[in-house]
Design a binder for this molecule. Structure first.
Ligand SMILES: Nc1ncnc2c1ncn2[C@@H]1O[C@H](COP(=O)(O)OP(=O)(O)O)[C@@H](O)[C@H]1O
Ligand code: SF4
Ligand SMILES: [Mg+2]
Length: 376
């Protein structure tokens, strides 16, 4: 079933959104988004021309190491950027054909939470410790749907059952600290879907949870998506977590999308060396940490992104061309796949050989003196 129940909704539509249909384009269409943070240390270029889209019923993972711009992308879509120091300096975020960046704040507020909802890693701090969980979920229905206390309470319990919280009627009377991490995240998911959003953005929703619970939460998100037809954006640093859930994956590095592909294609054969590194670092069952150990070094300081390909100081395939501007553009490879690497075709064909062994502590600058040209 892929329909969205909108009965009883008291949403006042921002101009133009109601006239949209999927024939008009993507449900969410982010074009050339640029975000910078103006800090004392300089301007951090957090998002540099990111473009991507999401349709109804689709799940898109945004994958990348810490600091690659995943959360800032979500914040820009939601309109909850930390301003100052963060500013959207370019681009468009079309939702149902309307550029959210141009909407007045009161209209944007109606989109936020109701039509585009978001959940975060830290469910405990997102919940109010002094109110019961049932009361907090019911509050969504009281405020946004005008339900009376008793109807809202019943709706809250139903929703708790829907996210598989056992003994929901009883547990509705518990406080957040009486729930386990996984159950708290279920409560957050319940609150996020209470108003039948068309898009749910989940920012590292399972990072604080153990592996078994992670899988259960992912399964729940997948089920809810199939039920409601909502679009799902899953933000994660862990490729392993989104393996079975995402239809497509956008790989981000230094505020850019460096590869975009269907999950299966991406797993089968990465088209970008950074994706290859992430794939190599999926934690095995016998490992206890989710550390990305396979890629040496750290992502660059975003106030000083290296010239050329921003991944070049850490890339074992980097040649001269990789260290000079312009950066490799994101090129369509066909079949909905794209990659931003000068040597994508060679990598896909299995013909790209490493040219340098990088030090474990390689950083973005200074640029290491790689041995050029070997094996080319
Ligand atoms: N509140 C902030 N103040 C200054 N810079 C920020 C802030 N939030 C994010 N940034 C910058 O944006 C970059 C991307 O952050 P973020 O999107 O949170 O990364 P992640 O991919 O881990 O979610 C950070 O590395 C930092 O340079
Ligand atoms: S462009 Fe060069 S440095 Fe960048 S990922 Fe490709 S091979 Fe590596
Ligand atoms: Mg983040």
């Amino acid at each position: 079933m892929r329909t969205l129940a909108k009965q009883n909704s008291t949403i006042v539509e921002p101009t133009g959104m109601d006239n949209w249909s999927p024939d008009h384009g993507h449900l969410l269409d982010v074009r050339n988004l640029n975000v910078e943070f103006r800090t004392r240390d300089g301007v951090a270029h957090a998002i540099n021309g990111a473009s991507f889209h999401l349709d109804r019923g689709e799940s898109l993972a945004i994958l990348g190491e810490s600091g690659s711009g995943k959360s800032v992308t979500a914040q820009a879509i939601m309109g909850i950027l930390d301003t100052p120091p963060g500013y959207v300096t370019g681009g468009e975020v079309f939702f149902r054909g309307v550029d959210l960046l141009k909407l007045p704040e009161d209209q944007r507020r109606r989109v936020r939470g109701q039509r585009i909802a978001m959940i975060f890693q830290d469910a405990l701090s997102a919940l109010n410790p002094v109110f019961t969980v049932g009361w907090q979920i019911a509050e969504m229905f009281r405020i946004h749907k005008g339900m009376n206390k008793s109807d809202a309470h019943s709706a809250a319990i139903k929703l708790m059952e829907r996210v598989n919280i056992p003994a929901a009627a009883q547990r509705a009377g518990n406080f957040p600290h009486q729930f386990s991490g996984g159950m708290r995240q279920r409560v957050m998911i319940a609150m996020s879907i209470a108003l039948d959003p068309e898009i749910l953005i989940a920012d590292e929703p399972t990072t604080a949870l153990d592996v078994t619970v992670q899988a259960q939460i992912m399964e729940l998100l997948k089920e809810l998506q199939a039920e409601t037809g909502m679009g799902l954006i899953l933000i994660t640093h862990d490729l392993g977590v989104v393996a079975d859930v995402a239809d497509r994956i956008n790989v981000m590095y230094a505020g850019r999308i460096v590869e975009s592909a269907g999950s299966r294609e991406l797993y089968a054969r990465p088209a970008h060396p950074y994706t290859e590194g992430l794939l190599d670092s999926i934690p095995r069952l016998d490992q206890t940490t989710g550390e990305l150990s396979a890629i040496g070094g750290l992502p660059p300081n975003l106030t000083r992104i290296p010239a050329g390909c921003s991944f070049n100081p850490r890339c074992k395939y980097a040649r001269d061309i990789c260290r000079v501007d312009p950066e490799p553009p994101l090129v369509e490879l066909g079949g909905g796949r794209s990659s931003a690497c000068h040597f994508t075709h060679e990598l896909l064909a299995g013909r790209l050989a490493p040219v340098a062994v990088l030090a474990e502590n390689a950083v973005a600058d200074p640029v290491p003196a790689a041995e050029e040209g070997i094996n080319e």
